[in-house]
Design a protein. Sequence first.
Length: 598
Amino acid sequence: METYGIDIWSDDNFVIEDGVVKINYAAKPALISLVNEIRAEDYKGPLLLRFPHLIEKQINKLFTLYHNAIKEYDYKGKFNAVFPLKVNQLPNFLHPLINSGEKYNYGLEAGSKAELFLAMTYNKIGAPITVNGFKDKEMIHLAFIAKKMGHDITVIIEGLNELETILEVEEETSLPTPSIGLRVRLFNSGSGAWAKSGGIDSKFGLSSTEILEAFEMLEEKDLTDILTMIHFHIGSSMSTIKPLKNALKESGHIYAELKNLGANNLNSINIGGGLAIEYSQFQRTTQYNLQEFANDVIFTLKNIAKQKGVDEPNIFTESGRFISAPSTVLIAPVLELFSAEYEAEHLRLKELNPPLIEELKELYNDINSKTALEYMHDSIDHLESLLKLFDLGYIDLEDRSNAEILTNLIIKKAIWLLEVDDFEELKRIDNKIQEKYLLNFSIFQSLPDFWGIKQEFPVMPITHLDKNPTRSASLWDITCDSDGEIEFNEDKPLYLHDVDLKKEEYYLAFFHVGAYQDILGMRHNLFSHPTEVNIVFEKNEVKLEKILETQKIIDILEDIDYDTKEIKSILKQRLDKNTYSILKSYLDQNSYLKTAWS
């Protein structure tokens, strides 16, 4: 049976049992059971299922990896971590994350003023806050206020102008000064899709000359004691560990050189993110195990500290994708299969049909397991010939329709006959038997990284998994945009089931969507976020919490600055009372399509 690579990407978070996908936790509820329970409360459209226990699992794993390495190498520095808010700022995700990380003093990283306000409000006092990204005077002033509130806050300097501004605010106010870190622009870059975030040509960081100038500026003001951290980031979800080792050596030497210059309070290296999440469902792309990653960090920095005669630094990491991606699953209902019109009931056969149509009829009636492959190829050839005859005007529209229906019926019957004996042959003719699955969701809203950078996400049906999928599938969303499609890829083929949507529901699940997708999602065609539900386990029982329904149409229009009172007024003037009442009820619905299974 097809497993959709669940053993590659799921990290045992999900399993296939009894033909359905189950959550491998507590009583192992099936995803379809959760979907049905939510549907019973009349929530329509796509769903985002959030699993706080998976957030906690990833946090526990991160800290365990580094604590193991620290113990293994008798490392004297401490391990700390902050979650970069840019990865997922939404409250249904963030509140469980903060609660799960409290026992580790897990902190937050902010990259904008709005994110800094979130960190100042919700971060536990004493847990670290780091501030990255470009900053103006107002944002730096906020960091001073956060320090006054009691937060352990470090402002990471991206340019000398930011340090100058910090020194200005320090002189102008009586507020306590936050710690500062220097983001260093390393020669070494990372690997994988996001490698350009590091390296000598990176958008962020100070050159060697600027690092020295920054330290001299602090010396002149007698403020070298506020320099506590250096920071680098060479890429997200790195596929190989070698670039990290090179970056650790480079940053370790910079740390040691600054210590030896007199940066006595410098005690930490922030290595950014980098821990990989396996998105592929076809083969493993990560060339290291996670413990190896942590061991290399500890081992490399310990050796450099010993070589240079300085204290072993505390280690900070971010790794937001690693923490957040596995925690969220997108469920999208299939609305339509585009071969549904190719059923026998739609045939319009005549008393006298063109010879090739008669041959297709015979192929369909006579096909068996021995002739299935041959007849399927013959039917495809016949269809191509008949389409040419239509273009030349020799057959009419009814004949063309009959040709398409009969060919599709032959293919479906052949697939059924070949399912057990010759599935591999089936895969060799994918382009001839593709099915279009229309899903009730928007790729632009829910999978923007697929649209923007062709990021893979594991995808699979949540039911029917005790049957072989026989249709090579391309997925269409409901936007009126040709880019709203996940095309069939012969190198990474997706096979789905041939289902009768009039008789049963069929849902697809997209996994690892907890990082970036929520906040990057766009309102193309004015589709709002899916309905969100937190799936919580208490005493082995499942609870649905913090249900956040997708927005009503009227609320979406208001959010993009339309005067909704004016909209209602204009429509009311142009319609009779009863019709307007119906229309007003539609404004209070969401934009997703409504069907029996939607």
